[in-house]
Design a protein around this ligand. Sequence first.
Ligand code: SF4
Length: 284
Amino acid sequence: MYHLISDIIRQSEENECVFWEIVQQADADERGVSKEESFETMRKMYQAMREADEHYDPKVRSASGMAGGAGQLLHEYNETGENICGDFVGKVMEKAIKMGESNACMHRIVAAPTAGSCGVIPAVFLVAEEMLHLSEDQMVEAMYVSAGIGSVIAENASLAGASGGCQAEIGSASAMAAGGLAYLQGGDAGQIADAAAFALKNMLGLACDPVGGLVEVPCIKRNVAGAVNALTSAQLAMAGIKSAIPADEVIDAMRRIGNEMPSNIKETSLGGLATSPTAQKRIV
Ligand code: SF4
């Protein structure tokens, strides 16, 4: 069992195994299943992410009318070759926004770690699988890496915007995706932890201020920010750059910041963007 990122790193060293295997073993122990059964359950989660991405509907709009169609616009823009972010990042942006829209439009998504942040991990992972020519088994392994990071955040801070602000949702998703991507690029446990720490540090203090109380504005586009932040954070770690603050201390800081945030920017829609003049006009 583990409670901290440093526990996972230490246990992987003691047991001469890799980061994801510690998370898999803990899941198997906790649920009373074999490691193989645990792996197949995780595989189904990843496959559900892929299916959700494939079933994006460019024509559907949310009940409020605020969400839908942006993923298609980004797709068309990417097709022109004018997105200066390049093919990899352009595709990640597109998948992140599509998944966020699918959630707002009540389509099936995988809430990992939450529905509001559901676009971050699949955007990074599905594009990495395609562009880096990875196997599905490798993707499932990366899902365990993400799950381990998410579990530690859930235990020591929060994954809910209502208690920790958006840093807890998009921030956590970004950290989970960054760690997973570092693993997929051959990163060791220390690099996984550093990637997660970089991603989370960049998201500290982010307000949860959904317009009209709907997980649409700014949530959908924040998935793009979280996904691209995960990409750059993983690259920092893979370059050998170390986080000045260890991942566990970043998570601890996130909890303290969340506790100190006023309630009007913790999913109550009583502050931030939710009370901007334009937001007020859109929801009456
Ligand atoms: S703004 Fe709030 S509801 Fe929207 S994604 Fe962030 S935490 Fe979730």
